[in-house]
Each structure stands twice: as C-alpha cells, then as structure tokens.
Design a protein around this ligand. Structure first.
Ligand SMILES: [Mg+2]
Length: 180
C-alpha cells in the first residue's frame, strides 16, 4: 500500500485530457456531456477570450472523476483554468476541490521548445514523484524533467481528439504501481 504521504502527484491539464477540444466539432465524443461555461476570467481585458463573450463549449466525461479518484495519486490542477477548474470542472466530474498550480507570466516556452508549464511543475513538485497528463507535452519536456526533477516522473501526452482513455488510465495506474 502506498500511504498518503508517499503518493505521487498527478498534474491534471483540462483542455486536451478532460475536454477533448480537438475532436470533430460536430460529433461529441462518446461518453461525454456538453457544458456551456461563461467564466469570470473571460470578462478580463487581458484574456484572449475577452472579445468573445459567447460561452465556452466544454465536453466532459463524468466517468473521469471516479476514475481519477481511484488512482493512487494526489490530484493537482495544472491548467490555464487555474482556480476556475475547481469552480467549473471539478463539480461536474465529481471531484473535490483540488490544489491549483499558479503560473508565472509571461507564459513563454523555454529553449528547445520546452513547454512553459514544465519548469513551474517541477518546482511545485519539489522532488516528489509526479505524473503529468497534458496534450502539449513533447520529448523536450520529458528530457527537461529528467534533467531537473530530483524524483521519478511520468510525462504523459494525451491526444486532445480523444481525451483520457482506458490506455491512459492504465499507464497511470501501472506507473504508480512501480512507484509504490
Ligand atoms: Mg491542454
């Protein structure tokens, strides 16, 4: 058994893994429900969505909440939704309020195409084992994490056409099993 203090973190992106935004717009992926969300942050002039006041269409799969909670990880939001993930996403998936990673500005990718989220997540983990699901990670992030993170890590890309699928959950469960 893995005790609470030693469970790895699971950094969760929203758009891609939970909201398969790249799926064919005319066909909602199987198992998903459509939500329309008008976020408070969309009314802030510095946001790209400021001039687009229409609600966001978000697809969510209600099975994802229980499946994530069944994994032996401590879940953490690692998304540009930041605190709005707790407000808009967590309740619709049956997730509790989760810790939220806050991002520095500007959001600029690092040398060699390292994703702008990567260094912040490594810092947040502070040596603790972590897995990270995101649609925007590449081999550059895998290499950067390997070079800079003091503990084990799994950087796992999720296809934004499909969102998290059984194979992704299996990979996460399997990696956590190796960690315990
Ligand atoms: Mg994403």
């Amino acid at each position: 058994m893995t005790g609470p203090a030693t469970r790895p973190l699971l950094f969760l992106d929203v758009d891609g893994p939970l909201n398969p935004y790249a799926a064919k717009p005319t066909r909602r992926p199987e198992g998903y429900q459509t939500h329309r969300m008008l976020l408070a942050s969309m009314a802030q002039p510095h946001r790209p969505s400021y001039h687009r006041r229409r609600p966001l269409r978000v697809w969510l799969n209600p099975d994802h909440g229980p499946s994530l909670l069944a994994l032996p990880y401590d879940l953490v939001w690692a998304t540009t939704w930041t605190d709005e993930a707790n407000e808009w996403i967590a309740p619709r998936l049956g997730l509790p309020e989760l810790p939220v990673v806050q991002w520095p500005r500007p959001r600029q990718d690092g040398p060699g195409g390292v994703f702008w989220k990567t260094a912040t997540l490594v810092e947040w983990a502070a040596g603790r084992p972590f897995a990270w699901v995101d649609d925007d990670v590449t081999d550059a992030d895998v290499a950067w994490v390997a070079a800079h993170h003091g503990g084990p890590a799994l950087v796992h890309r999720v296809d934004p056409k499909h969102g998290l699928r059984a194979g992704d959950f299996a990979a996460l469960a399997s990696w956590a099993g190796v960690m315990s």
